[in-house]
Design a protein. Structure first.
Length: 312
């Protein structure tokens, strides 16, 4: 009986999937994305971009904010650089911003260190320190204006402190200190929260290892804490300097730019010029101020590149 051989199964042929066109392989953007993007883009364009472009155009005219105007070239810009009042406002704004940034970062960092250490009632203390951040700047300014004008002079007279016997807001040499103090009082909580977030990211094992090596608290602060939170200091510096350059409400509530014009900021000069009919002139001032702010931001990014906070 002859053995019958089973036929071998047909060889399986591997089928290669058809290549998708290049356009099909690309991820498609959900149309819903544009549905949510376009309203925000439209509002930003109408509320920010268009007014900025129109203001730049008006800076080359003699417009007073309404009616007809004529093109006068760069005469407004030349006048700004010759205006001693405007130059004084720039000097005050830049020096105020620099001093306030230093004060805010130093105090906020020390408070963050204390509120992340093993102290009692840490959560309650954090809540108390955050309260100034949620109060309107103009309200804070009016409260401190009353204290500087009434309570502090009485305390200075009782203690026999001559410089404090009168309101420092009326002293051209001391009024800026009150503005720095009140601005820092409101700004410290937000900077403190950023530092707390940075300190909480430092692993506890790093401090434990350093303590085993005999490191002192000062060495831990210098060689561990400060390098690891340097990026957060960069964030606070950049954000703070940007905000303080635009200082307005606290200055208005405390001194209204006085005594004289000793505490008038650039933002105040621009708004007061709008009220006085110097629309085109102050638009030129605003363009210059915008360019200076951009230059300062680029310098900050240049010097903070690679510090762990901002990558440029």
């Amino acid at each position: 009986m002859s053995s019958m051989t089973k036929p071998s199964p047909p060889a399986m042929v591997a089928v290669q999937p058809a290549r998708q066109p290049a356009r099909a392989r690309k991820s498609r953007i959900d149309p819903l994305y544009y549905f949510f993007l376009l309203p925000s883009l439209l509002i930003f364009t109408l509320a920010v971009t268009v007014p900025a472009v129109l203001g730049f155009v008006y800076s080359f005219t003699n417009s007073v904010g309404f009616g007809d105007s004529e093109f006068i070239g760069i005469r407004n810009f030349i006048a700004v650089f010759r205006d001693e009042g405007i130059l004084s406002a720039y000097g005050f704004t830049l020096s105020f911003a620099l001093v306030t940034v230093i004060v805010v970062n130093a105090v906020a960092f020390l408070l963050a260190l204390g509120l992340t250490s093993r102290v009692r009632f840490r959560t309650a203390l954090r809540t108390v320190f955050v309260i100034p951040m949620v109060i309107s700047g103009i309200v804070i300014a009016f409260v401190f204006q009353y204290l500087f004008s009434n309570f502090l002079p009485l305390a200075g007279q009782a203690l026999g402190i001559g410089p404090l016997s009168t309101s420092i807001l009326a002293n051209p040499d001391l009024a800026w200190l009150a503005i720095v103090f009140v601005t820092a009082w409101q700004s410290i909580p937000s900077a403190m929260l950023i530092y707390i977030a940075g300190l909480l990211t430092v692993p506890a094992e790093v401090y434990e290892a350093s303590s085993l090596d005999g490191a002192t608290p000062w060495h831990n602060l210098k060689h561990i804490t400060l390098p690891l939170v340097a990026g957060y200091a960069v964030i606070n510096t950049v954000l703070g300097f940007k905000n303080y350059l635009n200082a307005y409400d606290i200055i208005v509530g405390l001194t209204d730019g006085g005594p004289g014009v000793s505490t008038r900021s650039v933002a105040m000069a621009i708004f007061r010029g709008f009220e006085g009919g110097d629309y085109a002139y102050q638009m030129a001032n605003a363009v210059i101020f915008f360019l200076i702010s951009i230059v300062i931001a680029l310098i900050q990014l240049r010097f903070t590149r690679g510090k762990g906070g901002i990558a440029a």
